[in-house]
Design a protein around this ligand. Structure first.
Ligand SMILES: O=C(O)CCC(=O)C(=O)O
Ligand SMILES: [Fe+2]
Length: 415
């Protein structure tokens, strides 16, 4: 039975994970494995992502050393114009949507919906900015591509996913695009785009990463007469990439679908000016890589409900005031295909480092992979809606993820 809007999931939610110590440790010594003292933190994050596919994570701002990307974003020079402050994020974000706001290297979007044929347009606007600004900048001869004031937000959110990848002993530079440090690289670029046109020819060999920040402004709408007529600020979907980091204001509205209760649950939204709260979602690419790897390698063992599921979620339009959010989409390292990710993950999990993380532990039950859960595999184009998700998987699994994502973007309406 499909759930009604008014049905609510009653399962206990995944526990909050305090990432502060791990964040500090990773930023101090990312070449070392996580220390024993972080074992509990690692276990609870692993179990949230493995079972539910999402987790709340928190970071205590006042405990972070100066210079870490989350602190830099409050003081960074490049942010002076936009005055982005984690202590007052909503105000900073609303300012980006002032009539006069013009953000270099960012795309302003005014309308979108889940698919081209969909009659209702989601009432929201957004700024979209790539982590790689030189990729974003069409003028490839321009040595001084202008910094976007969103760069330090992007770097800050990227630094969180670097901690997650490290803490869970996931393979380096596979599910997330990382680059080795270049001596002398300024700290503020440490987690940002490492593209250096002279050194690694990002522009001639394609982008150094595909990651994308979206800053959303969800318009306030009239309260629906009936709960089941609620307007969607973002229609139900799974995210297509590796991971997503979400920051939402206290208005709330983000909901996750619980496949056990077949009902939606509100993702808690609260604010404390010293405690940054984020939600991490597992994306389709990670989930497919984790679950298809073993099948593709022919060992025949795979769980009936995927571990590391990519959670279905949606956003209800706010009825009291504008809702804002920062949504940072992390994509696999460029050049990977779904198949190479799957075999990359499978081989990594056999290494000593991979085994240490516990992500390899298999679920005892065996069954089929629910391809239909993955929106990446839904053919949302107007022309060809009846391709089965498994057929879509087989069709795209050898293609580069850049191509796959580019095609997906043409399937959903946004302008
Ligand atoms: O705005 C949010 O909280 C989430 C939006 C979202 O899920 C998305 O854009 O993929
Ligand atoms: Fe999403």
């Amino acid at each position: 039975m499909p759930s009604l809007l008014s049905d609510r999931c009653s399962c206990p939610g995944p526990p909050h994970v305090d990432l502060t110590e791990a964040y500090i440790a990773q930023h101090q010594a990312s070449s070392q494995p996580p220390p024993e003292s972080l074992r509990d933190c690692e276990r609870s994050l692993l179990s949230n992502l493995k079972e539910h596919g999402w987790s709340h994570v928190t970071v205590r701002l006042s405990d972070l050393p100066q210079g870490s990307p989350l602190v830099v974003s409050s003081a960074d020079d490049a942010m002076k114009d936009a005055k982005f402050q984690w202590k007052n994020p909503k105000e900073s974000i609303l300012r980006l949507f002032d009539d006069s706001a013009l953000i270099p290297n960012a795309t302003y979007r005014t309308s979108e919906s889940g698919a081209p044929g969909e009659s209702s347009v989601e009432p929201k606007k957004s700024w979209e900015s790539r982590r790689c600004t030189s990729y974003n900048n069409n003028n490839q001869n321009d040595e001084q591509s202008e910094a976007s004031p969103l760069d330090s937000v992007t770097n800050a959110l990227h630094s969180i996913i670097c901690t997650v990848n490290w803490l869970l002993h996931l393979p380096p530079n596979l599910l997330i695009a990382q680059r080795q440090d270049t001596p002398g690289t300024p700290t503020r670029h440490q987690y940002g785009c490492f593209c250096n046109k002279h050194q690694d020819g990002c522009n001639s060999h394609g982008p150094c990463n595909l990651d994308l920040l979206r800053v959303f402004h969800y318009d306030k709408v009239e309260p629906p007469k009936n709960q089941n007529d609620a307007i969607m600020g973002s229609s139900p979907h799974t995210d297509w990439g590796s991971f997503t980091v979400v920051w939402q204001d206290t208005v709330g509205g983000l909901q996750t679908y619980c496949r056990t209760c077949q009902a939606w649950r509100d993702v808690e939204a609260s604010f404390d000016d010293n405690l940054l709260r984020f939600v991490i979602h597992v994306g389709d690419a990670t989930s497919l890589a984790m679950n298809c790897g073993r099948e593709l390698l022919g060992d025949g063992e795979h769980p009936s409900s995927p571990f590391f599921p990519s959670p279905k979620h949606r956003v209800l339009s706010p009825v009291t005031e504008t809702r804002v959010s920062l949504v940072y989409f992390v994509y696999p390292s460029p050049g990977q295909s779904l198949e190479s990710l799957a075999s990359g993950v499978a081989s990594w999990l056999e290494t000593d480092q991979g085994k240490r993380g516990g992500a390899h532990a298999k679920t005892p039950s065996h069954g089929h992979i629910p391809y239909e859960h993955y929106y990446l595999l839904h053919d949302q184009s107007e022309s060809n809606r009846n391709r089965l998700p498994k057929d879509v998987y087989l069709e795209i699994c050898k293609r580069s993820m850049e191509q796959v994502f580019a095609e997906k973007w043409t399937q959903v309406q946004r302008s």
